[in-house]
Design a protein around this ligand. Structure first.
Ligand SMILES: Cc1cc2nc3c(=O)[nH]c(=O)nc-3n(C[C@H](O)[C@H](O)[C@H](O)COP(=O)(O)OP(=O)(O)OC[C@H]3O[C@@H](n4cnc5c(N)ncnc54)[C@H](O)[C@@H]3O)c2cc1C
Length: 449
């Protein structure tokens, strides 16, 4: 870990704003593709380790991309290899299973790697350290304007850095995106209030339980469970191996991710729900094998023991109009530089389907390769089509992923009403091997790298 504080240079070749999974992956990819670490400045507004757990799953396509920058080993040895997911109905009966091992002939990662995003970021930070990369923290970007030699990004503390290439990896509320005047909206024109009110308010939490879950979550092949009942949805998955539990949570017990929806008509839940609320929703919406109620779970009533992290949020989809913009000064049109958007700064959607961070990481690793190629062969204004084409390609992939996530959300909505015809149509479809394989393929990201 880099502990020495360094002098922020006033200019650089590439400035990466944001050191979440996207910014870190972009920096590592640039270095791996031959850009000198001296030519990259990375800044983040928070201290190292202050980002929270959030995403839990690394899918096959993302593991392959991480392998291409030598970052996969620690993650696959620390995460749980989830060979499948089981979809349960409200009574805890299995409705559908998917089997990632059916991807055997397409990838060497025929599973989803379940691990806390906090660990994924810690692991990427270590990889960056090993390459002598350095993140300037806490440094919050607040402004950007064209100047001679690039775009001058200014920070809250009054310092600034000028670079011909600025990578906006500063998350869903990206300051760089908004200063660049790039619109960010749902591709179908929906507002957050038009999302399905039953599934658009979500709680996520990392918790331990009073008893072992081994009886309930068989270790192979179906580790993750996703229950959909009339009350709402409920997810449970183990969050990596004991190494992750001790390093990230300082926990001796296994830590699990739970997630559930709170219908909007029940009002806003607290922003960081505590043990009592989590227990209430586990008992209400979770599968019977997790219940603390002995009438529902007579053999193994189980209680939440400790809450390590929790959050409540509203979901919606949005995509930036463009992921690439050449910004010039008003007076000298040659001044200024290029802004490239990656990760949540470029696209967001519901966490249902566990895809969000995956496309972010793949965007960034691809950007590293493309930007390195541009830097090696061109001045900032030559061959801009290389960057523009890459950005358009990623935009298409993001649209595809948002479309897929919306289909998942609709499917979940259908499963909440077991008296509808659509429910039974889905039930029949879900038992057709081709449909199951197709679902697995989509989740893996292999068709939308
Ligand atoms: C509550 C929540 C739950 C989620 N759950 C899931 C899930 O279950 N599954 C899933 O796949 N995805 C999930 N996601 C999405 C996933 O966390 C993101 O896709 C992922 O973190 C995106 O990575 P990123 O690096 O693009 O952005 P971020 O992780 O947001 O990182 C952005 C970084 O930029 C920094 N930054 C922001 N503004 C500035 C500034 N002005 N100057 C300098 N630095 C700045 C921030 O400190 C941060 O470190 C969830 C997101 C949220 C918010």
């Amino acid at each position: 870990m880099s502990t020495t504080s360094r002098q922020l240079p006033s200019s650089t070749k590439v400035l990466i704003v944001g050191a979440g999974p996207s910014g870190l992956a972009a920096a590592i990819s640039l270095i791996k593709h031959g850009v000198s670490v001296q030519d990259i400045v990375i800044v983040d507004s928070v201290h190292r380790g202050d980002n929270t757990s959030r995403a839990t799953v690394l899918h096959a396509a993302t593991l392959e991309a991480l392998e291409s920058i030598d970052c996969v080993q620690d993650l696959v040895s620390s995460g749980i290899h989830m060979k499948g997911m089981r979809l349960l109905d409200g009574k805890g009966s299995i409705f559908l299973t998917n089997d990632f091992s059916s991807l055997n002939s397409y990838t060497k990662y025929p599973y989803s790697c379940v691990i806390s995003q906090a660990y994924t970021e810690a692991s990427l930070n270590k990889q960056l350290d090993a390459l002598s990369g350095y993140v300037f923290r806490p440094l919050k970007a607040v402004g950007m304007k064209p100047s001679e030699g690039g775009l001058e990004v200014t920070f809250e503390n009054g310092e600034s850095v000028t670079a011909p290439y600025v990578v906006a990896a500063d998350g869903a509320r990206s300051v760089i995106r908004s200063i660049s005047g790039i619109n960010f909206a749902d591709p179908d024109g929906l507002t957050p209030d038009e999302m399905d009110p039953r599934t658009s308010q979500i709680v996520l939490a990392d918790v331990s339980f009073t008893n072992s879950l081994e009886h309930a979550l068989p270790t192979d092949p179906f580790l993750g469970s996703f229950a959909v009942g009339e009350q709402g949805i409920f997810l449970i998955a183990p969050l990596g191996h004991p190494k992750v539990h001790s390093e990230i949570y300082n926990a001796e017990d296994p830590v699990y991710r739970i997630g559930f929806s709170i219908p909007l008509d029940k009002g806003e839940g607290p922003s960081q729900p505590g043990l009592e609320i989590l227990q209430k929703y586990i008992d209400q919406q979770g599968p019977p094998f997790l219940s603390s109620d002995p009438t529902r779970n007579p053999n193994h009533p189980i209680h939440v023991k400790k809450v390590y992290w929790s959050t409540r949020f509203r979901t919606h989809s949005a995509i930036a109009d463009v992921f690439f913009k050449r910004i010039r000064g008003d007076v000298d049109r040659q001044n200024g530089g290029v802004v490239m958007l990656v990760g949540d700064a470029a696209h967001i959607h519901s966490p249902i389907g566990g895809q969000g961070m995956n496309l972010c990481i793949r965007d960034s690793i691809g950007l590293g390769a493309t930007l390195a190629q541009h830097i090696h062969t061109s001045n900032v204004d030559d061959h801009l089509e290389v960057l523009r084409n890459f950005a358009e390609e990623r935009h298409g992939k993001a649209l595809k992923q948002i479309g897929m996530t919306k289909r998942f959300v609709r499917m979940v909505g259908t499963l909440m009403n077991r008296f509808s015809i659509q429910y039974w149509v889905l039930y029949l479809l879900g038992n057709i091997p081709f449909v199951k394989r197709n679902l697995t393929w989509q989740l893996s990201g292999l068709g939308n790298r």
